[in-house]
Design a protein around this ligand. Structure first.
Ligand SMILES: Cc1cc2nc3c(=O)[nH]c(=O)nc-3n(C[C@H](O)[C@H](O)[C@H](O)COP(=O)(O)O)c2cc1C
Length: 499
């Protein structure tokens, strides 16, 4: 099969290369005898022939170019625009990854407050891969639905506990991964929608603070914003930051679904002077955070570190992780019991989670997917008798009410989403977050690209997305015969078995 393809390519390239010489002669003759303007073509073909000679006989880096010349270059060019062609012309509405066009359109509609009802029937498969929710024969009257309230820090009777009134929060995305316009649009949107936003691990949250929303300050393994020069925790900086009115909780990131076992990565292209200053890092190389917190080398040390952060911050303190080995989480929970120290919440990020940049092997092959991990974590917490000591949050493609309800039924108390909100502010899934070339100005530091992102308009989209999700939540609770999210449990979920 391969030899047939290369034989065709060989014949084609001979034809193509010889045609260039022929065209050069023809345009030269036409230029001399018909019209001078044909000499523009003569010059063009002459240049193409020179480039072809360079590819065929001089450069040695690309075998394809050495063997087939310009034709191979055309092949490279077509290949490079292949994703766009497939996305716009050839892929069906249910094919794209990580989110299909149907999934994305639903968010665009919600964010623009456009009716999202559909006709004729679902485009999903209804096979053994699809989880479904169970409705009740006796739906609830919506007037009987009770308000949602979740109090972080109530287990420790904290003076500065944090209350959320919708089970939705904006998941960690750093300033650095995102540009300042995107951060401000999300933060302003969070304020309008009355939800809490996570700062991500990008250091001092300068742009988040401008918008006056409730914030979770995330401390990644490099502790940007609260570190000593050697990378260890600077208690004074943390204390000062935690004292800010808008900082409601602190989140210690152990790992994240898209790259568990690996520290954060900020590519050099995205490091501006300001980012280097806010994080305390050099500008001339990729910033790779350590794979783990220097203080957290064992269950005992990790629990001590959680307690230390709780003591310094005097705020609810959560931990974020992607589940790898349940036995390790079991050991951590037992150590928490031994020291009588519990984080105020735990986030389980599924392996399907997103990222600004990560090595592909880690994105594809590490960590447990959310709907496998969540029931395991819930079971471990119950087996160790500590389920009531902390809140459980989850993330991993929870961009629609359906998957959110599945997570809430499998044990989560609240939902984090990152990419749901990126789509709400106009992400078109061009998969360029790591290149500083995001065409809609979200995951880029380039001012020319950020210019197109109108902060006020996009912040309203965030609020609309939340309000429409909340509408769906209420409708779905009623359909399931519940009065509150707390009544959701695994019996509400149907997980088909493969046949
Ligand atoms: C652009 C981008 C940047 C991110 N930055 C961080 C980060 O700084 N810290 C972190 O813990 N997770 C980070 N994440 C992961 C998200 O917080 C979240 O855990 C993950 O994307 C799963 O949620 P989702 O599927 O709703 O996007 C990032 C994700 C994206 C898309």
């Amino acid at each position: 099969m391969e030899s047939r393809i290369s034989l065709n390519m060989e014949k084609l390239s001979h034809l193509f290369n010889n045609s260039l010489y022929l065209l050069l002669v023809v345009s030269f003759l036409l230029g001399n005898h018909v019209s001078f303007y044909f000499h523009f073509l003569t010059v063009t073909f002459f240049l193409l022939i020179l480039i072809n000679i360079y590819y065929l006989y001089i450069q040695k880096q690309h075998a394809l170019l050495s063997n087939f010349g310009l034709l191979a270059q055309i092949r490279y060019m077509v290949e490079s625009v292949g994703p766009e062609f497939r996305q716009y012309l050839f892929m069906s509405d249910t094919e794209e990854r990580p989110f299909t066009r149907i999934e994305r359109n639903e968010i665009y509609r919600k964010a623009k407050n456009v009716d999202s009802s559909a006709a004729f029937g679902s485009q999903l498969n209804f096979d053994h891969t699809e989880i479904k929710l169970r409705h009740s024969m006796y739906p609830m009257d919506k007037s009987r639905l009770r308000p949602f309230e979740l109090v972080f820090g109530e287990e420790r009777a904290l003076a500065r506990s944090h209350v959320i009134t919708k089970p939705l929060m904006i998941s960690a995305m750093s300033y650095g991964a995102l540009g300042s316009h995107a951060v401000r649009a999300l933060a302003r949107g969070a304020r309008k929608a009355g939800i809490t936003m996570n700062t991500g691990e990008g250091g001092f949250p300068k742009y988040h603070l401008m918008e006056n929303c409730d914030l979770v300050f995330q401390m990644g393994t490099a502790k940007f914003g609260v570190r000593h020069e050697d990378g260890t925790l600077d208690d004074d900086k943390l204390e000062k930051l935690a004292a800010l009115e808008q900082i409601k909780m602190i989140e210690i990131k152990f790992s994240q679904g898209a790259k568990p076992g690996k520290g954060g990565l900020l590519p050099r292209e995205k490091i501006t002077e300001e980012i280097a200053q806010l994080r305390g890092v050099p500008m001339d190389r990729d910033v790779v955070s350590p794979a783990y917190h220097a203080e957290c080398t064992s269950p005992e040390a990790s629990v001590k570190f959680i307690r230390h952060v709780q003591e310094v911050a005097q705020l609810p303190v959560g931990i974020k992780m992607c589940l790898g080995r349940p036995d390790e989480l079991g050991a951590l929970l037992r150590e928490m019991k031994a020291q009588m120290v519990f984080p105020d919440y735990m986030v389980i990020d599924g392996a399907e989670g997103g990222t600004g940049a990560a090595p592909k092997a880690f994105m594809d092959d590490f960590g447990l997917p959310l709907f496998t991990a969540l029931p395991l974590v819930e079971k471990l917490l119950r087996e160790e008798g500590v389920r009531d000591r902390l809140k459980l949050l989850s993330s991993g493609k929870l961009i629609h009410a359906g998957r959110q309800f599945t997570a809430l039924s499998l044990g989560a108390d609240a939902i984090y989403t990152a990419r749901g909100f990126l789509l709400a502010i106009g992400c078109i899934q061009s998969l360029q977050c790591n290149n500083n070339t995001c065409p809609v100005g979200i995951t880029t530091q380039d001012p020319a690209l950020q210019k197109g992102l109108d902060i006020e308009q996009k912040s309203q989209r965030v609020a609309n997305y939340v309000n429409n999700l909340w509408h769906d939540h209420r409708e779905m609770l009623a359909a399931m015969g519940k009065t509150t999210h707390r009544q959701l449990n695994p019996d509400n979920v149907y997980i088909p078995q493969p046949f």
